[in-house]
Structures are given as structure tokens and as C-alpha cells.
Design a protein around this ligand. Sequence first.
Ligand SMILES: Nc1ncnc2c1ncn2[C@@H]1O[C@H](COP(=O)(O)OP(=O)(O)OP(=O)(O)O)[C@@H](O)[C@H]1O
Length: 327
Amino acid sequence: MIGPSLDTARQLLADLPPAPAAWCSGLRKRYRKQIAVDGVSFTVGRGEVVGLLGPNGAGKTTVIKMLLGLVRPDAGEVLLLGRPSGDPRSRARVGYLPELFRYQPWLTAAEVLALHVRLAGVVVPEQERRECLATVGLADRARDRVGGFSKGMQQRLGLAVALVARPDLVILDEPTSALDPVGRADVRDLLLVLKERQVAVLLNSHLIGEVERVCDRVVILDKGRVSASGTLAELLGQREVRLRLDGVSAAAEARLAAAGQLTRSGDAFTVALPAEQDTAMVPDLVADLVGLGVRVHAVEPGRISLEQRLLDILRADTNADTNGDRS
Ligand SMILES: Nc1ncnc2c1ncn2[C@@H]1O[C@H](COP(=O)(O)OP(=O)(O)OP(=O)(O)O)[C@@H](O)[C@H]1O
């Protein structure tokens, strides 16, 4: 059988959807007796913002370093932008802010950016480099030496370094650990701009509120394994209604319990709605409660926070380990 011509094969490849921004499968890493990463697989789609969450020592930084080819995995595979992570063509399209960063103290901020642009092998005009420093709030420090920068200013410079070569994928390891509240809000805005520009982001952060606000998907690591992953809607699926009520009779309490799993703390009632139920039933519930003589002070439909979900998942992991040890 004669295969397709080279041109046809090229066309077939060109018509395929682009490879994910990052893909890893079965990553493992052990440091002496310590298993740091134990079979981790996930994908960051093009233009997707993915949060990597987990407690201290879960293996987040080790996974990031394996993605970038900075740590050699004991097992598993990595593709960045469709190419092996060590391939300079993919690395040049990836921006990285390490968890621990130090830039050449004798260089100015502008010189650090110019150096990184040259290392990436791309041409970025000086005006655009200046704009990049302005984006991270360092416009008026471009000519100052990095040695005199505060930790937060160095972290801002690190962000500029990660962004300056117009990457398709940005990997940020704790980008806000040294930043003040304004700096953290700036980074949040910056992430939203990247999302608009369809730049994929992998974000490792302990600031869960930040992750919840900007990420499309979350991967939760615990003890080197993926404990849970999915979109925020998938992970936080369960909706709830919080109410502040008084005059709650037994009949009213039964009506609340009929709507979903009920918890009570003083005058605060929380109804966790069944998976198939959404908050469209709230007006009927309130009308029925009023009909039963209840005084309704507040009604707040919502869903559990990512922080609460993360704690639930990590506690469930710990309980499973404890029970496993006993058996
Ligand atoms: N170079 C190393 N040598 C020995 N052990 C290491 C090394 N790097 C990481 N580890 C171990 O691997 C495990 C995972 O570490 P890692 O830094 O990946 O976790 P993390 O999730 O990024 O933690 P944190 O949130 O505290 O930054 C830890 O037990 C750590 O002690």
C-alpha cells in the first residue's frame, strides 16, 4: 500500500488541533527514601489557566521542575507545547517564575530582561520590554540595580522575566509569596490579561482565593499523587443555601431538611442541595418557611469554597491513610 504524499501528511498534521500547552503522564520522582512524586498525570490545555494546589511537601515544585526538564523524572513522560520538555523550541515558548529566584544583582532590571530575551532567542523591541516592566509595576526602576531591590520587587521582576518573551505557556511557582496585597491583586489582574490573550498558565499558589478567582481548572496534589482534579464547577459542584432564621418550628425544620442536608448553628441554617438540584428552588423554600411562621433575616445561595473543598479532600486522604494503616 502506498501511504499519503508528504504534502498530504503535512496538511493532515496542520489540520490537527494544537497539542496541549503541557501534558505529563505517570511522573515519578524519589529522593533517597522520600517519594516526592508518585504517578502524576495531567494536562494544561492551550489558553487554559490551571491551578496546582496542595499542602507543603505535596510535590508541586518537583512536578513543575520535571515539566521544565530541570529535574529528571524516575519515570513518566512530559510534552510542552507538543515537544519534549528539553527541546529548546518548546522551552523558548515557555515562561517560568521559580519559587526561589535570584537575579544577577549587578544588572539593572532592564538588563535582566534583555538578557532573558536573548537567552530565549527571540527579538523583543526595547519599547515592549519597557512595557513589560510597567505591567509588573517596575516602570520607574528599570535603570536600578537588582541588588538593591526588595524581595517583592525581585518577584515582580521575576514575573516580567517569565512574560517578556511572549510565551504560549507560563509556569508560575508561588508568584505572590513575597508580594503585598496590592501586588497580589496586580498579579491576579495580570493572570486575567494572560487568559484573555489565550496564554496558558500553570499556577502553583497557596492563596486559594486567588486560584479560585482566576483558574479554569485545578489539580490537587497530596503526598505526591493527584487527589482530585477538574473544573471549579466539577470540584465545587455542590451548591448550598445559607439562611438566618428565627421562629423555626419543627415543621419548618422538616421543610428545610426536605430541601437538602441540613446543618444548624444557632440561627444560621445551611442546606446542602442534592447534586441534581440548583438554587431555583430557593424562592419556594423561602415562601414555605414564611408560610410556616418563620422570620427570614438573610438568604444567601452559594457553593462551598475551594478552600473548604481542598480541606475536605486532604482530610479524606489522611483518614484513608490512617484506616489503611490500621487494617
Ligand atoms: N532536592 C531535593 N532533595 C531531597 N528531597 C527533596 C528535594 N526536593 C524536594 N524534596 C522532597 O520532595 C517532597 C516534595 O517537595 P516539593 O518541594 O515538590 O513540595 P511542594 O508541594 O512544592 O511544597 P511547598 O508547598 O512546601 O513548596 C518533599 O518531601 C521534599 O522534602
